[in-house]
Design a protein around this ligand. Structure first.
Ligand SMILES: Cc1cc2nc3c(=O)[nH]c(=O)nc-3n(C[C@H](O)[C@H](O)[C@H](O)COP(=O)(O)OP(=O)(O)OC[C@H]3O[C@@H](n4cnc5c(N)ncnc54)[C@H](O)[C@@H]3O)c2cc1C
Length: 143
């Protein structure tokens, strides 16, 4: 079971100069482990309200914070669904698959929509930019 909840990067700022991944291990320290446990237990208290008794069925749990996402994904301050879009001014936060640098294209959740499907759709948008036409859409529809 995976439980997700929001966490501000500021909450983990005091450990911001540590880096820990499976391939490049580092110990963020006891205070960090205690902080994670405190947060996890608080979250489990809420889950317990919805699913009474779930706690005693848990054999083990692992936790990740914005630092984990930063260290694995390479974002500055963690990540969830890409850049924050401004619905008041969509063009301000619009990222084009085309760039001014020849043969450099962009894709992924920051372009269009977040999530697995969103990132796939962005891949399609980038493919259209590569190919210079929307023929690929017809090909997919008729496949
Ligand atoms: C905890 C969590 C749960 C989620 N659950 C869901 C879900 O259930 N369903 C869903 O649809 N979406 C979910 N999402 C969102 C989804 O994972 C993302 O929207 C999607 O992965 C974005 O794809 P992407 O290819 O744009 O970016 P990413 O998957 O982040 O890929 C970017 C890649 O670029 C690499 N990279 C970064 N910087 C550099 C660099 N300088 N040089 C080289 N490589 C670099 C990163 O390591 C990474 O591999 C979840 C996200 C999180 C964080």
């Amino acid at each position: 079971m995976t439980l997700l909840t929001y966490m501000k990067f500021d909450d983990v700022k005091e450990w911001a100069d540590t880096h820990n991944t499976v391939s490049k291990e580092d110990d963020r320290g006891k205070a960090y482990e205690e902080f994670k446990k405190r947060k996890a237990e608080k979250l489990l208290d809420l889950v317990e309200e919805k699913f009474p008794g779930i706690r005693k069925s848990i054999k083990n749990y692992y936790t990740a914070t914005p630092l984990s996402y930063r260290d694995y994904i390479g974002n500055d301050d963690g990540s969830m669904y890409g850049i924050v879009k401004d619905y008041n001014n969509p063009l301000k936060t619009f990222i084009s698959p085309r760039t001014k640098i020849p043969n450099l294209y962009l894709t992924g959740q920051n372009l269009n929509l977040h999530g697995i499907l969103g990132a796939t759709m962005s891949g399609l948008v980038t493919s259209v930019a590569f190919l210079g036409s929307e023929d690929i859409i017809d090909k997919i529809r008729n496949a």
